[in-house]
Design a protein around this ligand. Structure first.
Ligand code: MN
Length: 484
């Protein structure tokens, strides 16, 4: 049974989703006592894209771990209650129509059923060490929620968090909304209250990755994705609001003017980020459900890539369609780590248009490094078809655009070449991520002679039902070529 495309109601709770996955054979229950260092991630990685992995008592720890419950595009569509073909449109509709959250009293919030004032992160939580050169245990599926110190509006993001002491953690903040809040607080020499939510439902995790302007609360997009306001509760030590049905909440403060070493850490491009001094969270309180579940994302695997790529695709599609109604679909390829390589399906009316589409896409998100525009007879989700279009409709001296020295992804190691400090370290922040952009127009001409650019097909090939054509209960005697 595999009801992965049946549209239905949106999933509103992690346990509801795990029940649904488990009932259809999509959760592997792993033996007890799997080592938190490397072994757990290795097993989850082997199951990536096939089954979520559930680890009872990892290293003997009372709290179990789940990983990989959003590791297929079809599963994410199923959680949203839409067919896969409508995934981006449904996400975009939610992002455009956020629903204000519904606040509930602390007594009604599952995430505050158990409260720990005495903080020992390693003792209280099972925190895995994932990749070979990672500098210790990391929280990889923690939604970091903070309030803008000026406007009070919340922001949600997923940041990598290194747990390096029993009550202290170092965090990577890219120059986005959370970092802007932190800079505003630090300028006044005040800490920024944050909550780290672990074990959120799939659609709230997906909402956290929306590409929105600052002061658009991603939790309101979660409500829109779920079709009802998200229930939130006020933290016990701050004004931050967190999803009431989360599994685990770490309450703390980002300290002003404190930096401690963080990294190396294996990131989504499948390379390590270098050790650098980063901002620090002082942990004040941990709350959780009775019998909570800890969620870990194995870096660079499908759950990680899809969580980032689907919200980006939805935003890019909307952005491109504003100027180019001929854009029919977009896809951030998995080989391009779900961030760097964009495929665009485009109904071309006039020569030259694909190059305008390419330029528009580069302006839409700095991570995009390569754009390939193809015709509507090419499936942008099939890398083999996209390569076929490049192989047969593209000439590099005519159809290629290269732009030098633009801002790209700071996590792309090829951007660092030649910019290292004299001791071989990474360049300063403002010099990181400088990248070339490449655009490929792999569309066929608007008009062409006879069948030069007509894709070969056999009439009726799409309508064949093999179960009606193949005989199953006959054998051929090949010496006489007769049926027996
Ligand atoms: Mn934001």
């Amino acid at each position: 049974m595999n009801p992965t495309t049946a549209p239905g109601a949106a999933v509103r709770d992690l346990r509801q989703w795990l029940t649904q996955l488990s009932a259809t054979g999509r959760v592997a229950v792993i033996r007890e006592n799997v080592a938190l260092k490397h072994r757990l991630a290795a097993i989850a990685k082997c199951l990536d894209g096939r089954q979520a992995a559930f680890f009872p008592k990892p290293d003997g720890h009372a709290i179990p771990i789940i990983s990989g419950f959003m590791s297929r595009r079809a599963w994410i569509a199923e959680a949203m209650g839409v067919p896969q073909s409508g995934l981006l449109e449904a996400y975009r509709r939610a992002a455009d129509n956020p629903l204000p959250c519904q606040e509930v009293p602390g007594g009604e919030a599952a995430c505050q059923q158990v409260v720990h004032h005495e903080i020992d992160l390693h003792g209280l939580l099972p925190i895995p060490t994932h990749s070979e050169h990672d500098n210790g245990p990391y929280i990889t599926a923690g939604m970091v929620i903070a309030r803008n110190p000026v406007t009070g509006i919340q922001n949600v993001s997923i940041n990598r968090i290194q747990v390096h002491a029993k009550d202290r953690m170092a965090i990577l903040m890219l120059p986005r909304h959370l970092f802007a809040f932190y800079q505003a607080a630090e300028a006044n020499n005040t800490p920024l209250s944050v909550a780290i939510v672990i074990g959120a439902d799939p659609l709230t995790l997906l909402a956290s990755q929306a590409i929105t302007p600052i002061d658009h609360d991603e939790l309101e997009i979660a409500g829109a994705l779920q079709g009802a306001p998200l229930r939130v509760v006020k933290c016990m030590t701050s004004d931050v609001r967190v999803p009431a049905n989360a599994e685990i909440v770490i309450e703390g403060r980002l300290l002003p003017k404190v930096r401690e070493p963080e990294g190396p850490f294996g990131e989504f491009p499948k390379y390590y980020s270098a050790k650098e001094n980063r901002e620090v969270i002082q942990v004040d309180l941990i709350t959780h459900r009775k019998s909570p579940i800890f969620h870990t994302i194995v870096p660079a695997e499908m759950e990680h890539l899809l969580l980032g790529s689907i919200p980006r695709e939805a935003t890019l599609l909307a952005h491109l369609q504003r100027s180019f109604p001929g854009v029919k679909d977009v896809h951030l390829s998995i080989g391009g780590v779900g961030r760097y390589h964009l495929h665009v399906k485009f109904e071309k009316r006039r020569e030259g248009e694909p190059k305008n589409v390419i330029l528009c896409a580069f302006g839409a998100h700095y991570d995009i490094k390569q754009v390939t525009v193809v015709d509507v007879d090419v499936d942008v989700h099939d890398p083999q078809q996209v390569e076929w279009a490049v192989a047969t409709r593209f000439q590099a001296d005519r159809d290629l655009i290269v732009i030098s020295g633009a801002q790209g992804s700071v996590l792309d190691p090829s951007t660092t070449i030649g910019k290292e400090t004299p001791d071989g370290g990474p360049p300063p922040m403002h010099m990181q991520g400088i990248s070339a952009k490449m655009g490929l127009d792999a569309t066929k001409p608007v008009s062409y002679h006879e069948h030069v650019f007509t894709k070969v097909r056999v009439p009726g090939e799409d309508e064949v039902d093999l179960s009606k054509e193949i005989l199953t209960d006959v054998t051929i005697d090949w010496s006489s070529v007769t049926q027996t």
